[in-house]
Ligand binder design. Sequence first.
Ligand SMILES: CC(C)(COP(=O)(O)OP(=O)(O)OC[C@H]1O[C@@H](n2cnc3c(N)ncnc32)[C@H](O)[C@@H]1OP(=O)(O)O)[C@@H](O)C(=O)NCCC(=O)NCCS
Length: 236
Amino acid sequence: MENKKKQTDNDNSIEITIANEKHYGYVNTILDTIEQGSKARGTGIARRSPEYILNKMKEGKAIIAIADGDTFAGFCYIETWSNKNFVANSGLIVAPQFRGKGLAKRIKHKAFELSRKCYPDAKIFGITTGLAVMKINTEIGYRPVTFSELTDDPEYWKECEACVNFDVLKRNNYTRCLCTGMLYDPAEHKGNEMPWLNEEHKKETLLHRWKEALKKIFSIQTASGTYKGSNKDIEN
Ligand SMILES: CC(C)(COP(=O)(O)OP(=O)(O)OC[C@H]1O[C@@H](n2cnc3c(N)ncnc32)[C@H](O)[C@@H]1OP(=O)(O)O)[C@@H](O)C(=O)NCCC(=O)NCCS
């Protein structure tokens, strides 16, 4: 297992990328694989329409793994909650023949990287009963939390209605259920990001922070009448 896993960890025949127009044709395969995975585990899932998944691809908010040029191997997407203060990496799926080889970890790393790039100040979170996901999240730097630490956006919790355990969540007034809540708070990892977050991403994140800080300074000065320019001065 260990040898096999090491081989696949460096397997260049599986390409993991941000999904784009080349991948629109995989939407139904993705949804079927998610459905089968959830049936096998005996849990519910947040059911997504083909349009929703397609839209995630169009927005550049989905990660896809393709083996040998055209075989679907895995998928995950990111979505925001509570006015973009929270990001969730959702819909993680690895096709059965590619499981147990480190692929979910590689996909989650890419989704995490995308989340940090798109929403540098947002907290990243997930809820799961799956040991694999708990392991991957813990390695990235997530910590287990109670649901009170997560988004209170009702739209997020509405997704749990499709889960077989929804009655437990409802009975507990949305404060606890069988899933473990996991949270990555970037404020707790300043200067201490995962080593696999590449240098380019780190530079972009820093640049974004500077731009946001400058915007704040300029808007304060504008409000007090000392600055006559516009915020557009410091946009790309
Ligand atoms: C869960 C799933 C995504 C894991 O994909 P994978 O590619 O096999 O996972 P990886 O090989 O990257 O494994 C990551 C870690 O989890 C462990 N792991 C993988 N599958 C596991 C399982 N079923 N039970 C316990 N641990 C598991 C691995 O040993 C590895 O741990 P390590 O880093 O300590 O060695 C895949 O089995 C799947 O798609 N299942 C159906 C859908 C699902 O459950 N999605 C998650 C929803 S929360």
